[in-house]
Design a protein around this ligand. Structure first.
Ligand code: GAP
Length: 459
């Protein structure tokens, strides 16, 4: 059996144990960006051609983790609820959708040009000084629309202009009547979607925090108008709780209500779930009371009434909408930052991602103690059985301690070690990432045991 390890803890958030003592720790950001590249979470996109600014590809571990983040959201927002149905809408829509939604007129950032170095900058980010060369010779601010324009079909004229969606939300509004008719839902109920959105951000940056394409996880919850304030409060609590249930420390999260001046054109009230990013508080998700703005706008622009007819009361009305809108890519980065930790095991320092087991790229890793064929054969058997239920790594190179460290660094919650005793007793050692504690279990009980440990958090 592999030797148990001794654990000394250094929490980067705790100054007494040698950490920086702050939830806003730039060193943690550098460590995560480095780890993401080194271990294959996130790569600069089209890197062999020099990349393209602030665009990223998700590598083998990043693709697994991003999927887990989306699955965790889907599970709590769709699968475990009986009042939310899913859709999967197109990215390119009739451009009139964006006219009606207000995006063509108002989805803009104020832009200035520097007359000295010709940099193009966001007016609200630079004040009166060019951040590129320090000049004060800036043009007047003018609005810049953030939607990516394209042409549908072979002719590139005005009649062929279309836009890549800047949010998934409109797919839910324009399908409202279709969903009501086909599912016979009545308010309160929601329509949820996960998908890619595109914004021609002027100043993308901070790694995957702000990019030009990103995945959103949005839900539009349609309610009778008088019930909107109650549902707004409900969804604020529900969504904040989701991040905590998946392991984000409460002190790294807060709910911030928008002032009147900050509200979007459609909103009667918005609160952001914010995370303590290394550079300060930043938005993970917005929860908005969108009133009947969207259904009304689409009814007027399309000429198709999206009012709901309540057969019980004989009333026809436009439901209000409460929208929890989160970004999957940004949320994945926040989970990585929150999970990053360093401690000392058996006298050796290690990096460990204390990710919730449901979010970690691999739920388990199977590690034969040696490369000897008799062990590999049994370990491969164990791996084959476990991977039917879990995403499992298999690693037989280098010393077992090094292999534990490698799995700790990518957040694998359980390592299953197959050793020479296993050939006799048909048992293996399960080592838990955070405590490094080990238990010995019969091989045929491993899947059941891991299944219990990996249960998703209850709502
Ligand atoms: N339908 C409402 C809506 O789209 P939003 O606040 O603009 O609201 C929702 O976007 C979430 O999408 C944000 O809280 C953020 O997590 C994510 N998001 C927005 N722009 C992003 C960008 N450029 N890069 C990465 N994530 C972004």
């Amino acid at each position: 059996m592999a030797e148990p390890e001794r654990l000394e803890h250094v929490d980067p958030r705790d100054s007494e144990s040698g950490g920086s003592g702050t939830i806003f720790d730039p060193a943690r950001f550098d460590a995560i960006v480095n780890l993401c590249k080194r271990r294959g979470f996130v790569f600069p996109s089209s890197e062999i051609y020099g990349g393209i600014r602030s665009t990223y590809d998700y590598g083998p571990l990043g693709a697994l983790m991003l999927r887990n983040v989306k699955d965790a959201w889907w599970r709590s927002m769709v699968q475990e609820r009986d009042d939310v149905v899913p859709i999967d809408a197109a990215i390119i829509t009739n451009p009139r959708v964006w006219e009606a939604s207000g995006h063509l007129a108002t989805f803009t950032d104020p832009l200035v040009d520097c007359r000295s170095c010709h940099a193009r900058l966001r007016a609200d980010h630079v004040g009166d000084t060019c951040t590129s060369c320090g000049s004060h010779d800036l043009t007047e601010a003018r609005p810049f629309n953030l939607m990516f324009k394209t042409f549908v079909g072979p002719v590139e004229d005005d009649s062929a202009v279309a836009y890549l969606r800047p949010e998934t939300a409109q797919g839910m509004f324009v399908n409202f009547a279709n969903v009501v008719t086909t599912t016979r839902r009545k308010p309160p109920f929601g329509i949820a979607q996960i998908g890619r959105s595109f914004r021609n951000e002027i100043t993308p940056g901070n790694f995957v925090f702000r990019t030009r394409e990103f995945d959103q996880m949005e839900m539009e919850f349609f309610v009778p108008p008088p019930d909107a304030p109650r549902w707004f409060e409900y969804w604020c609590g529900e969504r904040l709780g989701w991040y905590e249930r998946y392991g984000m420390p409460a002190q790294m999260l807060r709910l911030r209500h928008h002032d009147k001046e900050e509200l979007s054109h459609y909103s009667a009230g918005t609160a952001d779930v914010e995370f303590a990013f290394p550079w300060g508080w930043g938005e993970l998700e917005g929860i908005a009371n969108r009133t009947d703005y969207d259904l009304k706008a689409h009814s007027e622009h399309s000429g198709v009434s999206l009012a709901y007819f309540d057969q019980a009361s004989g009333e026809r009305y436009l439901p209000y909408v409460i929208e929890p809108a989160a970004g999957a890519t940004r949320t994945m980065m926040a989970f990585l930052l929150a999970a990053y930790d360093e401690d000392v095991v058996a006298g050796e320092s290690r990096t460990v991602l204390r990710l919730h087991p449901r979010l970690a790229p691999y739920q388990a890793a199977v590690l034969p103690l040696s490369k000897k064929e008799e062990l590999s054969t049994l370990a491969r058997e164990v791996h084959a059985a476990l991977r039917r239920r879990f995403v499992c790594d298999y690693d037989e190179t280098q010393a077992i301690g090094r292999r534990y460290r490698r799995q700790d660094e990518i957040g694998t919650p359980y390592c299953v070690t197959v050793d020479f005793d296993s050939l006799e007793d048909r048992a293996a050692t399960v080592r838990e990432r955070d405590s490094t504690e080990q238990v010995r279990l019969p091989i045929d009980q491993l899947a059941g045991h891991l299944g219990e440990l990996l249960e998703p958090p209850a709502r």
